[in-house]
Ligand binder design. Structure first.
Ligand SMILES: *[C@@H]1O[C@H](CO)[C@@H](O)[C@H](O)[C@H]1NC(C)=O
Ligand SMILES: *[C@@H]1O[C@H](CO)[C@@H](O)[C@H](O)[C@H]1NC(C)=O
Length: 183
């Protein structure tokens, strides 16, 4: 592949009209396919499988400050802060983290890729990108690209308790929500 790339740079005019260029493109497609296969056959890591459940919020700390740091206006915060939330997490396949989130006034379903960056909208309706990874046995999501800057969400499961910590990184403000597993 590297040799072909070098050839392409040295002899661009020769290749631009030839079959070789097509073959390079075909080969690239094959390589992309192969990479996708590798990532989708990787099983969901054991340490995060216990997230898959329905969770009902039982408490919270500092959510108003965190929403303010994330750019949510006063009126919306007054509503959002007091909403008790139910969230269902699942892994419909080995590369998908599915979040189904409901409150009294809204609900939202979102899908995130575990191996790749996912493009989506944040709660301010801005285009953002989220990346998932496992750190210290917990699922971490880092969202970038919106006006609040980087948002880091850590989901910690201990038995039937879930703690979700959301940090507005540039302001170093963290809000915490506590949940209990629903049976
Ligand atoms: C909203 O939360 C505040 C502070 O936790 C509490 O004092 C108030 O009673 C709550 N209001 C409603 C409608 O739940
Ligand atoms: C962020 O805030 C916490 C307390 O909320 C503090 O312990 C920590 O040192 C702060 N980190 C930075 C980088 O300011």
């Amino acid at each position: 592949m590297l040799a072909l790339a070098i050839l392409l740079q040295i002899f661009p005019n020769v290749l631009s009209c030839g079959k070789l260029r097509r073959r390079i493109q075909e080969r690239r497609l094959l390589e992309d396919d192969a990479q996708e296969k590798i990532s989708t056959t990787m099983p969901v890591a054991k340490e995060i499988q216990n997230l898959a459940a329905t969770w009902k919020q039982s408490g919270q700390e500092n959510i108003d400050k965190q929403l303010e740091a994330a750019g949510l206006g006063w009126a919306k915060r007054k509503i959002a802060v007091n909403l008790s939330t139910t969230v269902t997490f699942s892994f419909p396949d080995d590369d998908t983290f599915h979040v189904d989130f409901t409150t009294k006034v809204m609900s939202k379903k979102e899908k995130f890729s575990i191996s790749k960056v996912t493009k989506h909208k944040n709660f301010l309706d801005e285009d953002v990108e989220s990346e998932l990874f496992i750190e210290d046995g917990h699922l971490v999501m880092v969202t970038r690209g919106g006006s609040p800057g980087e948002i880091r969400t850590v989901r910690i499961v201990e038995g039937d308790k879930l703690t979700i910590k959301t940090t507005v990184v540039k302001k170093n403000v963290t809000g915490i929500r506590y949940f209990e597993r629903q049976k």
